[in-house]
Structure formats: C-alpha cells, structure tokens
Design a binder for this molecule. Structure first.
Ligand code: FE2
Length: 343
C-alpha cells in the first residue's frame, strides 16, 4: 500500500509541475536534478499527506528493505519516436521528459540525487537501454541476458574511498529504469542479497568480506576510464561484502570480479554466491509507464534475454542512477556539471 500511495503522489506532483511549465523549462530543470528535487518533493509530500497515512519515511524504509521499488504506471509514455539505436542521446519528446522528471522526483523523495559518471556514455544523466545493432562487444551484449551484478562495481561503496585515488566517487545506491517499451515482457531480474547469503555457509560469507578479490570496470565504463584516468580501473585487493550498520552491502559482477587466488575458499565463496543469485531471481515485468528503482547495495540485478530485434517499437528503457551525495567531495565531481561524478 505504501508504494501505491507513493505512485499516486508522484504522478500528481509531476503532473502539477508539467502543467505549469513549458517543455523547454522542464529540460532546463533536468540539468539540475537536485534543484528539481527541492522544488517537487514538498509537492509529493503534500499529495501523500492529503491521501492518508503514508509518509516519505515509510517509502524510504521500504526502499532500503526491499530489492527494488516497482512504481507502476507513474507516467504516460506518449508521443514516442522509434526506439533509438544507441545509448545516447535520449530523444526529446513528452514521454521521455515525463519519464525523466518522474525518476528524478522519485529519487529526490528517497533522499537520493540523480547522478551519472563522466566515464560512462559521456556522462549523460539518462541513457537508452535498447538493442544496439552492429558487431562488437557492446552491440552483442545489448541483446543478451545479464546475470546478477551491481552497477559501478569498480567504484567504492558509499562511505569508503578508493584505496589509490580519492577522486573516484562511490557507486550508485540505486539504479533507476524507466520503461518506455517492453513488448515481449522481458523481465528485469532482481535478487535479494539477504536471500542469497542465507543460502551460504557462514564461513564462505566471511570469505566475501576479506580483501582478496580483483575488480575491473564494466564494459560501458572501459573507454571512458582510458580517456579520463589514462588506464583501466583495476583493483586487486577488494572486498565484495561489507557490514554497514546492521546490514550487508554488496559489490559484485560475475565477469568483473574474481578471487586473487583461483584455487581457494575465496573462489568457492564466489561460486556459491553466483549459484545463489540464480536461485534467488525475482522477475519484475515492466510495462510502459513503469519505473523501477533497484537497490544497488542490498540487491543485485540482471535481465532475461532481450533478442536481436532493434529500432521500431522494440524494448526501450531509460536508465539513470541515484545516490545519497551528502558525503561526495568536491574533487569527486566535475565543475561544469550539477550531476556528473568522477571519473
Ligand atoms: Fe546493471
């Protein structure tokens, strides 16, 4: 019920904003997501209060206890052009503007700023998740399923520093996906970290906490890392599992993390963890107009096979990230952007 109330309040608050501003003003507002949040969150709260007992604190508590917050039918995906063929740019139309404002507003309500990283897709705040035609790794990957991972895996979790470069900003707290089209009902998969760990013996869970794993950047960050850092971001003594207050946080990707010693308990732990992810998959079917906010600390995410059709009316999601930026340092930002983090 909490999330149904939140959806209604979000939809109403975004509707009020859109009704009182021209589309060009809305685009300008999207360049400063924090200011947009400051403007719209009081309106979300007022709509919640007039509807009954749900508060933003209830919504935030839910978002930090569940693998994902599925916001159903929160925007109207109208006037869409054909599904684009690349990560960027996001085509300008009423439907994409509504989706982006709704996602920024939802993150702001959770206390998260909507952010990007300069090293991924040129630092665009929103990117298209679509099938990309052509050959090469990225087009090939765009058609395939993805097993459980967290995004920005080579960046530290919030509250920690990269051991070699303090300019590296934390990975996101949330991954936001706005569904514009999903004609085949391809599920977005989430896995509860708690459920995965419950299926593992304690000694192997403890292995994941030890600084004995290598981590590399995910493919979408590779070229940006070379441009900005002059090299790949590789760490070889990382922990994957962290105790944060009374809960566990994870950073993990099957293809971008591994044990420093391949024949060890560290390796056994990662094998069991991977198997646990497969066991604990919950599919979320996104319909046009839905937004899902996947927790990138207490859950992993992936997707089913997408297929090779592209363009036209094929699957099209917009992706962005949410992060509590209260501890982000000036050197972890770019001076020319209100939302882009380093690298
Ligand atoms: Fe991802």
């Amino acid at each position: 019920m909490v999330i149904a109330h939140f959806c209604a309040a979000l939809r109403a608050a975004v509707g009020d904003l859109m009704a009182s501003h021209a589309e060009a003003d809305i685009r300008t507002m999207l360049e400063d997501p924090v200011a947009l949040g400051v403007r719209i969150v009081p309106s979300i709260e007022a709509h919640l209060a007039s509807a009954g007992a749900t508060t933003l604190a209830d919504v935030i508590a839910y978002a930090w206890s569940a693998p994902a917050v599925h916001l159903r039918a929160v925007f109207d995906p109208t006037q869409l052009p054909s599904t684009p063929l690349a990560f960027a740019p996001v085509p300008q139309c009423q439907g994409t503007a509504l989706a982006m404002v709704s996602a920024v507003a939802a993150f702001a309500a959770l206390g998260s700023a909507t952010i990007s990283y300069g090293s991924e897709n040129g630092g665009d705040l929103f990117v298209n998740l679509v099938v990309i035609p052509g050959t090469g790794d990225i087009p090939k990957k765009s058609t395939k399923s993805m097993s459980g991972h967290t995004d920005g895996v080579s960046f530290p979790i919030r509250g920690q520093n990269d051991p070699e470069d303090e300019r590296i900003a934390p990975s996101p707290d949330f991954v936001g996906l706005c569904c514009l089209r999903n004609p085949d009902g391809v599920p977005t998969n989430v896995m509860s970290l708690e459920a995965v760990l419950k299926g593992m013996p304690d000694n192997l869970v403890d292995e994941l906490r030890k600084p004995q794993y290598w981590i590399t950047s995910q493919r979408t960050f590779e070229s940006g890392m070379h441009e900005i850092l002059g090299d790949e971001l590789v760490r070889d003594d990382a922990s994957l599992l962290f105790r944060v207050k009374d809960t566990n946080w994870i950073r993990y990707s099957h293809s971008n993390t591994g044990p420093a010693d391949a024949d060890s308990a560290a390796q056994e732990a990662i094998q069991q963890f991977q198997a646990g992810c497969v066991q604990c998959v919950q599919g979320i079917e996104l319909y046009p107009g839905d937004i899902v906010l996947v927790n990138n600390r207490i859950a992993l995410h992936g997707r089913a096979n997408v297929g090779s059709e592209y363009g036209g009316t094929t699957r099209w999601l917009l992706r962005t990230y949410g992060l509590d930026t209260s501890s982000v340092k000036p050197e972890q930002r770019y001076p020319d952007s209100k939302f882009k983090l380093f690298p």
